[in-house]
Design a protein around this ligand. Structure first.
Ligand code: MSP
Length: 531
């Protein structure tokens, strides 16, 4: 058998300064859907996520609560892990930056950079934002406040280590010239190159003495490693880099076929500038692609704790199930620009796409197969009715476009294209009027063709939606009694595979229409509770 290509995919590691929001869940769901998609495509996938637990902000928060930093993060990290479990996230590992397997690597690479002369000791003065754990120069501030989060900044001066980023400016520029598709979307790449790299990189401050909660620098323990070196190294430490067993590192990173990082746009700079330079210094291969997605925003702007408009995922999962949440986020939020979250749209998507389009199509079709053919999907005899050809052609194109856009990481577009097929199938029922065919003895073959066509549309759509609707696609495929061996992309690519199968005689609807008014009232407050 041919060896599978490897595919390594990561989420950013999240700050456990509070419970995960719908925004954090969005990134994780995007990666999960993509990891599942690549598996369907035959890749050997390794998918990781984790938590970024060091830094001043966590130290503050713990103090506020009168607990130690590790006690503070332990509790939140356990909530994070439970949430990902509830969402059935398929990650292969979960890295915590407080784990020894990680801190060992950070210590080792820091010493390596120091010995190599890429890190040197100097003094830093700058405007520091505690929330973002970032220093800013005077000119970067917006109205004297943090340019990223808008909070107050303080002038801070301290002895600190610096990474010689400037040394790598030309090499990095050359790299992006040679790999023009490495940063997606293009606009973000242009911004990074023109605003940050071309003007010449400033050396990056990579240590702090103003707090304790971090990896101590062995050579000078009053310093702790500044969060970004610590955080970024997770992408290698989770694979066992520099440990006794570095099999995964060799397989997925060093000799891996594809390695991608998915991240929110606000941390693009750290990923596409500092991380590649660290890798260059370590003489390691660079990731193939950085996907920098947009934000989930609210009517009154970005979700923010101070505005009290942060949405949490649990109430949505508990009320509507994980697939409704996954579907909404992946379908509604454009991958590379900001997308507005509203409960009205959430309910609309659920009712229109899932309940009316997909749910109804499955329910009606399976009920008709029961009514007209004793529950047995008739044999596929090619294109019999005048509407069959058009349906099959729309389907072929929809699947091709789905794959094309998934490959380009445009999941919202991919889903939209596939649902064109679902709508077409609903229209096909109206056009071919099976209820009329059933009344005419001479139309038995046409009726059989309509039924097998409908069964095959549902089968194909549900197989291709497997990475997105992880429970309901299986639920519908079960109603159709589709053999496990056929639940894969390769089988479902061909029309007409599903035939002569006995479907469920009690097709419970996969999605039941929601009453918008009732649901809006139900979620009015609960979605803002930081559970
Ligand atoms: N710890 C750093 C990342 C280090 S990676 C080496 C960090 N953590 S975070 O907890 O702030 O998580 C940020 C990520 O969560 C964003 O990059 C984004 O992927 C996701 N999101 C958080 N809020 C979001 C929205 N409102 N919308 C979309 N994604 C958002 O930064």
């Amino acid at each position: 058998m041919e060896k599978k290509k490897t595919f390594y995919i990561t989420t950013p590691i999240y700050y456990p300064s509070g419970n995960m929001t719908l925004g954090n869940s969005y990134t994780t769901i995007v990666c999960d859907a993509y990891a599942r998609y690549k598996k369907e495509q035959g890749y050997d996938v390794y998918f990781v996520t984790g938590t970024d637990e060091h830094g001043q902000k966590i130290e503050f928060k713990a103090k506020e609560k009168n607990v130690t930093p590790i006690e503070f993060v332990d509790e939140i990290v356990s909530n994070v892990q439970e949430l990902w479990k509830a969402l059935k996230i398929s990650n292969d590992d979960f890295i915590r930056t407080t784990q020894k397997r990680h801190t060992d690597v950070v210590e080792k690479v820091f010493s390596y950079f120091l010995n190599k002369g890429d890190i040197y000791l100097s003094e830093y003065e700058g405007w520091y934002c505690r929330e973002c754990e970032s220093f800013f120069t005077e000119t970067q501030l917006v109205d004297g406040k943090c340019p990223d989060c808008g909070r107050e900044v303080v002038l801070q001066k301290e002895e600190a280590y610096f990474f010689r980023m400037s040394k790598y400016t030309d090499k990095l520029l050359k790299y992006y010239e040679d790999h023009p598709n490495a940063i997606v979307p293009e606009a973000r790449k242009t911004e990074m190159i023109n605003n940050f790299i071309k003007p010449g990189l400033e050396d990056l401050c990579v240590s702090r003495t103003s707090f304790d909660w971090g990896v101590k620098i062995k050579e000078n323990p009053k310093h702790v490693v500044y969060v970004w070196i610590d955080a970024l190294m997770n992408y290698l430490s989770v694979l066992g880099y520099l440990s006794d067993d570095d099999t995964l590192f060799k397989k997925y990173w060093l000799n891996g076929d594809e390695k991608i990082h998915v991240l929110g746009k606000e941390i693009t700079r750290f990923h596409v500038i500092y991380w590649p330079i660290m890798l260059m210094s370590l003489n390691l291969p660079l990731p193939d692609r950085f996907y920098s997605h947009g934000w989930l925003i609210m009517k009154d702007g970005k979700m923010s704790k101070s505005k009290g408009n942060v949405v949490y995922p649990l109430p949505l999962i508990n009320n509507y199930g994980i697939d409704a949440v996954r579907y909404y986020l992946l379908r509604e939020i454009p991958m590379f620009s900001d997308g507005l979250f509203t409960m009205e749209q959430f309910i609309d998507r659920y009712n229109n796409d899932l309940a009316n389009d997909l749910g109804n199509l499955s329910h009606r079709s399976i009920s008709m197969i029961n009514k007209y053919f004793d529950g047995i999907i008739p044999s596929y005899k090619g294109r019999v009715t005048e509407f069959d050809k058009e349906l099959e052609e729309v389907g072929k194109q929809a699947i091709e476009l789905f794959i094309k856009h998934m490959d380009q990481f445009e999941m919202n577009v991919a889903i939209e294209k596939l649902f064109v097929y679902v709508s077409k199938a609903n229209k096909y029922i109206e056009d071919s009027k099976p209820w009329a065919l059933a009344k005419d003895e001479t139309k038995k073959e046409e009726l059989a063709s309509v039924m097998v066509h409908l069964a095959n549309v549902i089968y194909q759509v549900c197989v291709f939606l497997k990475p997105i609707l992880i429970e309901k696609s299986a639920f519908i495929l079960d109603l159709l009694n589709v053999n496990e061996a056929l639940r894969n992309y390769q089988s479902a690519s061909k029309f007409g595979i599903l035939e002569n199968v006995k479907v469920s005689d009690k097709p419970t609807p996969a999605f039941v229409r929601l009453d918008a008014k009732v649901e809006l009232e139900k979620t009015k407050e609960s979605i803002y509770q930081p559970k």
